[in-house]
Write a protein that binds this ligand. Structure first.
Ligand code: DGL
Length: 269
């Protein structure tokens, strides 16, 4: 069994933002990605269902052989990390803690905002992780469920997206945040529009980038960095190949997804 690869899973294609960040920071590492495109979205589902799906997704990657498991999905990270840590025999990295840590370093006034899916915000995971840092005095959280479909539609700089972002972020701005955590796989694609909407003075935390940094730290600490001479290889698995898959996936990965294999995971319900 090939235990050289980093396993990354998400509810769908959004986790490709994490693959992109890992590829950029750790070009010698090979990645095996699973996107649960048949059962996406996770953001509106109950914690029980998300935990069940996350365990099935992880099982698929563990059976393929991986040295470290990355939970790219913020919703899955927010509710299923303890269950995944119990289940997996490799280190498990979620996106919540790395994002919270970066925000705690960036904030000057201690007031941090976080946006995410309904499930992520309802879980309170970011709020708890952020408040654990003494430099964070207040967390203002805002569920932003309209953003995932807007990003998948490719409306990254559309007027409607600007309006939706204004609506979601204005309460956070009124509360005086100086740092905003992008708590969803899809939001890094909205960075430019968000910066324009928010204006100067609010730092954006891309949890995909923070997570890649955490992966690098763990691999180095554990002596598990790849010793390959050349660049790593990626392989992609999904539970469905939906309409416009390539177009949407390319937006997240930043390049075409070469070969995608469809597999069945769990009960597909
Ligand atoms: N990947 C999910 C997340 O980061 C967004 C899409 C979904 O709702 O499944 O929370």
């Amino acid at each position: 069994m090939n235990r050289e690869r980093i396993g990354i899973f998400d509810s769908g294609v959004g986790g490709l933002t994490v693959v992109r960040a890992v590829n950029r920071l750790l070009p010698r590492e090979s990645v095996i990605y699973f996107g649960d495109t048949a059962r996406v979205p996770y953001g509106s589902k109950s914690p029980e269902t998300v935990i069940r799906f996350a365990l099935e997704d992880a099982e698929f990657l563990l059976e393929k052989g991986i040295k470290l498991l990355v939970v790219a999905c913020n919703t899955a990270s927010s509710v299923s990390l303890p269950a995944l840590e119990d289940f997996a025999d490799v280190p498990v990295v979620g996106v919540i803690e790395p994002g919270a840590k970066t925000a705690s370093v960036l904030t000057a006034n201690g007031v941090v905002g976080v946006i995410g899916t309904l499930g992520t915000i309802a879980s309170g995971a970011y709020q708890k992780a952020l408040k654990a840092y003494p430099g964070v005095t207040r967390v203002v959280a805002q569920p932003s469920p309209l953003l995932v479909p807007l990003v998948e539609e490719g409306w990254l700089e559309h007027r409607i997206t600007e309006l939706v972002l204004e609506e979601y972020t204005s309460p956070l701005v009124s509360e005086g945040i100086d740092t905003l955590v992008l708590g969803c796989t899809h939001y890094p694609l909205l960075k430019d529009t968000l910066s324009a909407v928010l204006g100067e003075g609010i730092a954006l935390v891309d949890s995909a980038e923070s997570t890649a940094g955490e992966v690098a730290r763990i691999l180095e600490r554990e002596g598990m960095l790849s010793s390959r001479e050349g660049g790593g290889e990626n392989s992609f698995y999904v539970s469905d190949i939906p309409l416009k898959f390539q177009e949407i996936a390319q937006r997240f990965l930043g390049r075409a997804v070469p070969l995608v294999t469809q597999v069945e995971v769990g009960e597909q319900s």
